[in-house]
Design a protein around this ligand. Structure first.
Ligand code: GLC
Length: 692
C-alpha cells in the first residue's frame, strides 16, 4: 500500500512520475512534531531494527547509528564523520518489528536524518523548512518495497552498451596527442578499453562547450579515429558558466536572463574552475532547453557521452563572500592576533567555500514562482542532468548516450547515472564503494561506479588491483584520478598483467552484467542488493556489510584490506565459488552454506553463484562490441535443470528491441546437456558442476 502525507506546502520536485493519493489518516509509525520552522518525524526503533536507503552516503549499508544530512555538497573528503555527499536520496527502509516499510521524504531543501545517533532507540527525521511530502510504502518484504518505490519514480536511465566497457580518465589530459598515446598504450598491451574521459583541461579557460583548438586542433577527427578504434571520448561539462563578455554562452545567458539572480534581479556570481561564473537556472524548462542544446556543438564533433560536474552547485567563493572575508581578514591582520583570532581567521578562509549564506543569497524560478536557492538546493544537479538528457534527446531521440553526474536527487536516475565523487586512494574506500551500490540501486541509480584506484592522493598498485576486482562488477567502470597525483593508468604499474587479466574477467562477464542491468532497469529491480533483502530470515545475513548480491544469481565479496591474501565470507546458502585469475583461468569450488576463509592471492577475485543457478560467460574482448554474446560457456553448480534469461539488444537505440522482437533468450542445462533457445546462440555447459 502506498500513501501520501503532506506537511506545510510541499514543493514540486519531479521525483515521482505517478500521483499518490493524499491520505486522510494520520501518518503511522511516526510521531510528528513541529520544530523551529520545520517538522520532525520520530520513530521508535526496536533493538534489532535495521534501516536501509539514503543512496549516496558514507558509512554502512545499514544506516542506523549515524546522522546524515541531505544537502548536496562538493565534499572532497569522504570521511566517516561526514554528514553529506553530493546527492540527496531521501528514501529510508525500516526493517525489524513486524512488516518492513519504506518512507520517502520528498523535500528538495535540507533534511536531517538522525538515525539512532542522538538516541540509539529513536530515528528522527527533520525537514528543516517544514515543507515535505511523505510517501509511505508498506509491503511484506524488502525487495517489494524497492519495486514499489521504483515504479513510483520511473524507469532508470539506460546507457549504451559500450558504456559497460572500461573507461580511462584523469584530471589533466590536455591534448589530442596525449589521448592518442593513452589509447595506444592500452591497445598495444591488449588492455581492454572503451572510453577516455576529457576533464576540464580540454576546454579554453574552463569554459563550457569550448575546446582548445591548439591542443585539440581537430576534435572531430580525433573522435572519428578513436571510434574506429572502438573508443568513445567523454568530455566533462561543469555547472558554472564563465563570466566573460564575448563568450557566447555567457552573453546569451545574460541577454535572456537565464542565470540565477540575487534578490535584486542581477545575476549571481560565484567562483568555480573558470573563476567568476554565472549559474544557469536549470529549474526553468526554457533554460534547460537552451543549455541542453549547447551539448550539440560537441555531439557534432562525434561525441557520444558526457559527465556533468560541480552541480551541487559547488562554490569556491562568491563575490559577496570574498568581499566579506577580505574585510574580516583586514580587520584581523591589523592586530597582533591571539589563538582565538587565528582560528577564526582560518574559519573565515575555509568557510568561503560552499557557504550557507551564499546558498541563501540567490534565486530560481521554480514552477513560475521565485524561490530562494536553499529551499530547493538539492534539485540543482538533478535539473542540470535533465537539461543534458533533454539536449541529447533533441539531438537524436533514438540513440542512447552516456551521461553521468556528480550531484543528484531522486528523479535524476531517469536521465543519467552518477559516479560516487571525489574519493581517495584509501583501502577503506573500496568498501565504501561497495556499500553505496545497493543503497543507490534502491533509489533508482543503477548506472554507477566510483573512481577506481581513488581520486585524491597517490594510489598503490595493489590498491588499484584490488579495486579493479570490485569495479569489474560495477556498471560504470572508470579509473579516474586527480591532477598532481601519481599516474594511475594500468600500464604505469608492474602488476599491469594482473590488472589486464581482471579486465578480461569484466569483458567475459558482460553478457551477465548487461543482462542483469537491463532486466533490472526494465522491471524496477535492483542489480545490487544487501544480503538482508534476499535472506530476511537469516540473522547473520541481515548484518553483512561487506558482501552484496549481484543480479539474481550471484553474490560478490571483494578483498578490500591491504596485505590480505584472502578473506572471510559468509555464504547464506550453498554457492559455487568462481576464483578468477583471468577470463580463461579460474577455479570452480562448490562451497556449503556457512562461514569460510577463502584464499585469494593478489591476482585472484571471487564471484559466488547460487547453487542451482547458472550464469553465462563469454570469451571476452578488448572492447564491448568485440564481445560475442552468442558464444557462451555456462557456469554453475546444479543438481537438476537450470536456465538463464539472457538479455541482448543492439546496445544503442532507446527502444531496445532485437530484429525479430525478442530481447530475452533462454539458455541452460537440461538432462546434463546445454540448450539455447533461438538467436543463433551456442552454449557450452562444460563449466557446470553437477551435484552427485
Ligand atoms: C571535481 C570532480 C573531479 C574532476 C575535477 C576537475 O573535483 O569531482 O572528478 O576531476 O573536479 O574537473
Amino acid at each position: 500500500m502506498i500513501r501520501r502525507f503532506d506537511y506545510g506546502a510541499p514543493l514540486k520536485t519531479d521525483a515521482l512520475v505517478k500521483d499518490v493519493p493524499l491520505s486522510a489518516d494520520a501518518l503511522p509509525y511516526f510521531t510528528v512534531t513541529e520544530t523551529d520552522g520545520g517538522v520532525c518525524f520520530t520513530h521508535a526503533l526496536g533493538k534489532d531494527d535495521l534501516i536501509f536507503g539514503l543512496g549516496e552516503t558514507v558509512r554502512g549499508i545499514n544506516k542506523r547509528g549515524h546522522l546524515y544530512r541531505s544537502w548536496n555538497t562538493d565534499e572532497f573528503s569522504h570521511l566517516e564523520s561526514k554528514e553529506s555527499l553530493y546527492a540527496s536520496h531521501n528514501l529510508l527502509i525500516f526493517s525489524g518489528q513486524g512488516s518492513p516499510f519504506g518512507v520517502f521524504f520528498d523535500d528538495p531543501g535540507e533534511v536531517v536524518f538522525d538515525l539512532g545517533y542522538t538516541d540509539a532507540n529513536t530515528a528522527a527525521i527533520t525537514s528543516v523548512n517544514g515543507n515535505v511530502s511523505v510517501i509511505l510504502i508498506e509491503e511484506d518484504e524488502l525487495n517489494a518495497i524497492v519495486r514499489a518505490f521504483r515504479s513510483l519514480i520511473g524507469q532508470s536511465y539506460l546507457p549504451p552498451k559500450w558504456a559497460f566497457g572500461y573507461i580511462q580518465s584523469r584530471w589533466g589530459y590536455a591534448a589530442d596527442s596525449e589521448v592518442r598515446a593513452i589509447v595506444r598504450e592500452h591497445r598495444d598491451r591488449h588492455i581492454p578499453l572503451d572510453g577516455v574521459c576529457l576533464d576540464i583541461d580540454y576546454m579554453v579557460d574552463y569554459k563550457d562547450f569550448s575546446w582548445n583548438r591548439e591542443s585539440f586542433p581537430d576534435l572531430k577527427k580525433l573522435s572519428k579515429d578513436m571510434k574506429e578504434d572502438h573508443i568513445r571520448l567523454i568530455p566533462i561539462i561543469d555547472a558554472g558558466v564563465k563570466e566573460q563578455s564575448g563568450y557566447d554562452v555567457c552573453d546569451e545567458g545574460v541577454a535572456n536572463g537565464y542565470f540565477c539572480t540575487y534578490e535584486d534581479g542581477s545575476p549571481f556570481v560565484g567562483a568555480v574552475w573558470p573563476g567568476r561564473s554565472y549559474f544557469p537556472d536549470f529549474f526553468r524548462p526554457e533554460v534547460r532547453r537552451w543549455f541542453g542544446d549547447k551539448y550539440h556543438a560537441l555531439l557534432d564533433q562525434g561525441i557520444e557521452g558526457f559527465w556533468n560536474d560541480m552541480n551541487e552547485p559547488a562554490l569556491f567563493y562568491s563575490e559577496n563572500g570574498l568581499k566579506a572575508a577580505h574585510e574580516e581578514l583586514n580587520r584581523l591582520l591589523t592586530t597582533n592576533i591571539g589563538l582565538d583570532a587565528f582560528f577564526h581567521l582560518k574559519d573565515v578562509v575555509l568557510g568561503m567555500a560552499n557557504n550557507r549564506d551564499d546558498y541563501r543569497s540567490f534565486y530560481h524560478q521554480h514552477h513560475g514562482k521565485r524561490m530562494r536557492h536553499d529551499k530547493v538546493h538539492n534539485l540543482y544537479g538533478a535539473y542540470m542532468t535533465q537539461a543534458a538528457a533533454e539536449g541529447l534527446r533533441s539531438y537524436d531521440p533514438d540513440k542512447r548516450f552516456l551521461l553521468f553526474s556528480r550531484a543528484s536527487y531522486v528523479g535524476a536516475h531517469r536521465h543519467g547515472g552518477v559516479w560516487q565523487g571525489d574519493n581517495s586512494s584509501w583501502w577503506s574506500h573500496i568498501l565504501l564503494n561497495l556499500k553505496m551500490l545497493p543503497s543507490l540501486n534502491m533509489c533508482g541509480f543503477l548506472y554507477t561506479g566510483a573512481d577506481l584506484g581513488g581520486f585524491s592522493s597517490n594510489t598503490t598498485e595493489d590498491l588499484l588491483l584490488r579495486w579493479l576486482q570490485l569495479g569489474a562488477f560495477t556498471p560504470l567502470m572508470r579509473n579516474h584520478s586527480a591532477l598532481h597525483t601519481r599516474d594511475q593508468e594500468i600500464y604505469r604499474f608492474g602488476m599491469q598483467e594482473d590488472m589486464r587479466n581482471i579486465l578480461t574477467v569484466r569483458y567475459a562477464l558482460l553478457p551477465y552484467l548487461y543482462s542483469e542491468f537491463m532486466k533490472c532497469a526494465l522491471t524496477q529491480e535492483s542489480m545490487f542488493r544487501p544480503l538482508a533483502f534476499d535472506y530476511p530470515a537469516d540473522q547473520t545475513a541481515l548484518r553483512v556489510e561487506d558482501q552484496i548480491m549481484l543480479g539474481k544469481e550471484c553474490m560478490i565479496a571483494p578483498v578490500y584490506q591491504q596485505n590480505a591474501r584472502g578473506r572471510y565470507v559468509y555464504l547464506p546458502e550453498d554457492m559455487l565459488l568462481v576464483r578468477f585469475r583471468s577470463a580463461a583461468d579460474y577455479d570452480l569450488l562448490p562451497m556449503e552454506q556457512g562461514h569460510h576463509w577463502i584464499d585469494l592471492q593478489l591476482n585472484e577475485m571471487p564471484l559466488f553463484i547460487r547453487k542451482g543457478c547458472i550464469i553465462p560467460l563469454s570469451r571476452g574482448g578488448e572492447w564491448v562490441e568485440a564481445v560475442d554474446f552468442t558464444d557462451l560457456t555456462l557456469l554453475g553448480w546444479l543438481d537438476g535443470a537450470a536456465s538463464y534469461e539472457l538479455y541482448d539488444d543492439d546496445g544503442t537505440t532507446t527502444q531496445p528491441v532485437l530484429a525479430d522482437g525478442l530481447n530475452a533468450i533462454l539458455c541452460g542445462v537440461k538432462d546434463g546437456r546445454a540448450f539455447a533457445d533461438g538467436k543463433g546462440l551456442t552454449v557450452d555447459a562444460s563449466r557446470v558442476i553437477v551435484n552427485g
